[in-house]
Design a protein around this ligand. Structure first.
Ligand SMILES: [Fe+2]
Length: 271
């Protein structure tokens, strides 16, 4: 296995960036396969600079638009806007709060492998940063997406339980149709869900919460927002390579949990 940047990635043609990514790729892969937990990483000034540029912008948007479940969790976890967090420390902190832990991910991890970690209360998280030429954009999950999108709500017990249920279901379902249904359900909730709170639509999904462009766009007139009807959600395709023009609004977290539980039962999965 080696690092591959997809065509069009902002880091293609930058040998120093590629060398750094290869170094972190090897380190994280070794730690993941050896079950060593996240390594401590010394980040460069340039990497810290990208974090310091993007995190405060995201934080301002979170205060205004993020769901309560996310905001409470973010405050509880206390991720600094001025310094890239060490996954190793975040993992220890999470383990104390909700029993979840973080798995170092060198990059893309195949679907079943990814969810098998989640089924065991482990969340795979990258340890590299996007390319500095496009701080607002990354074509692949990076630390900004993972640490500012996915990690905070993991401190919440109910959220952690929902995620591990999805993980157990994802590794247990028997048919390709059921795999696809769970992928779409996760996409339109965990990654790109909106949620209703006291009559206001808030941002719930990590894919939106980690993008300065996607947060305002998701609540703008450019997006069609439909009520979250599970049978419709699991029949709806998505294109991960572009801004999302169709989103679903989850009536409440409890509703999402009930829907996931009933779908899992319907698929005949015992978890
Ligand atoms: Fe994600």
């Amino acid at each position: 296995m080696a690092l591959e940047l997809e065509p069009g990635h902002p880091g293609v043609g930058d040998p120093a960036y590629i060398a750094r990514r290869e170094e972190l790729f090897a380190l994280c892969r070794r730690h993941r396969l050896g079950r060593l937990g996240p390594p401590l990483v010394t980040y460069t000034d340039q990497e810290q600079q990208i974090w310091r540029e993007v995190s405060p912008q995201l934080d301002a948007l979170h205060r205004q638009y993020a769901s309560a479940i996310y905001l409470q969790a973010k405050d509880e976890l206390g991720i600094s806007a001025h310094e890239i967090p060490q996954l190793r420390h975040l993992s220890t902190h999470l383990e104390r709060l909700s029993g979840m832990h973080l798995i170092p991910a060198e990059g893309f991890i195949p679907y079943r492998r990814f969810y098998s970690y989640i089924a065991e209360a482990g969340f795979p998280v990258t340890q590299f940063i996007r390319h500095g030429s496009r701080p607002e954009f990354t074509p692949e999950p990076d630390m900004i997406h993972d640490c500012l999108g996915h990690v905070p709500p993991l401190v919440n017990h109910d959220y952690a339980a929902l995620l591990t249920l999805l993980g157990k279901a994802a590794v247990s379902v028997a048919t390709g149709d059921h795999v696809l249904a769970l992928k779409r359900l996760s996409w339109f909730s965990i990654e790109f869900g909106l949620i209703e709170e006291a009559g206001t639509t808030k941002v719930f999904g990590a894919g939106i919460l980690s993008s300065t462009g996607e947060i305002p766009f998701s609540l703008s007139g450019g997006v069609e927002r439909r009520p979250f009807v599970t049978d419709e959600v699991i029949a709806t395709d998505y294109d991960a390579s572009r801004m999302q023009e169709l989103l679903f609004v989850i009536p409440s977290f409890q509703f999402l949990r009930r829907e996931v539980e009933s779908l899992v039962r319907r698929f005949g999965v015992s978890v």
